[in-house]
Write a protein that binds this ligand. Structure first.
Ligand SMILES: [Zn+2]
Length: 187
């Protein structure tokens, strides 16, 4: 799930108009941002496959404790820079939403404690096993997010270039969706 995470960020803009769209797009991906250095450190790894067929070792960045720690850091950042928009809560919620969506989508690879300490149950409901359902869900989330964002921008119409932001977001999702469809295993 890539599209769905970004969609949540875009859908939030309407509720916190003072927060820039780039941070709302980034916050739901904070956990994946941490994943990158962990791959370089050899703590985590991935193997690319068609849509929904990634195999992932994400035992730190995507552990429940890791997700909570990253959400806490997001809370600090949000509070520091966007206090008046309740930025702490907004960024922490968006950051933690990544864990919730990934638990729904992933096959069981989401651990509770970092490094799968104590061999606790590994979570993942595996919506990815139903490729068409999961891709449709993601596309639907993107469409709803774009409608909400466009509607907000249209009502605000702060200046004559109000449509530039929504247009870029629509293009962004169009590129993401196209690349996911190209990776689709049954096509
Ligand atoms: Zn992730």
């Amino acid at each position: 799930m890539m599209i769905g995470h970004f969609a949540l960020g875009v859908a939030t803009k309407k509720m916190v108009p003072a927060m820039p769209i780039w941070i709302l797009l980034l916050a739901p991906q904070f956990m994946d941002v941490f994943f990158v250095p962990f791959v370089f450190l050899g703590l985590e790894s991935f193997e690319f496959g068609p849509y929904g067929h990634l195999s992932l070792n994400i035992q730190y960045s995507h552990s429940l404790v890791g997700a909570l720690a990253i959400a806490l850091a997001a809370y600090w950042v949000g509070n520091r820079f966007w206090k008046s928009s309740r930025g702490g809560i907004v960024l922490a919620s968006l950051s933690f939403s990544h864990w919730v969506l990934d638990v729904l989508m992933h096959r069981p690879d989401m651990v509770i404690l970092p490094g799968n300490l104590g061999n606790l149950p590994v979570l993942g409901f595996g919506l990815w096993n139903y490729e068409i359902t999961s891709l449709t869900t993601e596309v639907a989330m993107a469409v709803i997010a774009v409608i909400l964002y466009f509607h907000w921008a249209w009502k605000e119409q702060k200046d004559t270039r109000w449509f530039v932001g929504p247009a870029i977001i629509i293009l962004f999702f169009a590129v993401l969706i196209t690349s996911e469809i190209q990776n689709f295993p049954t096509l």
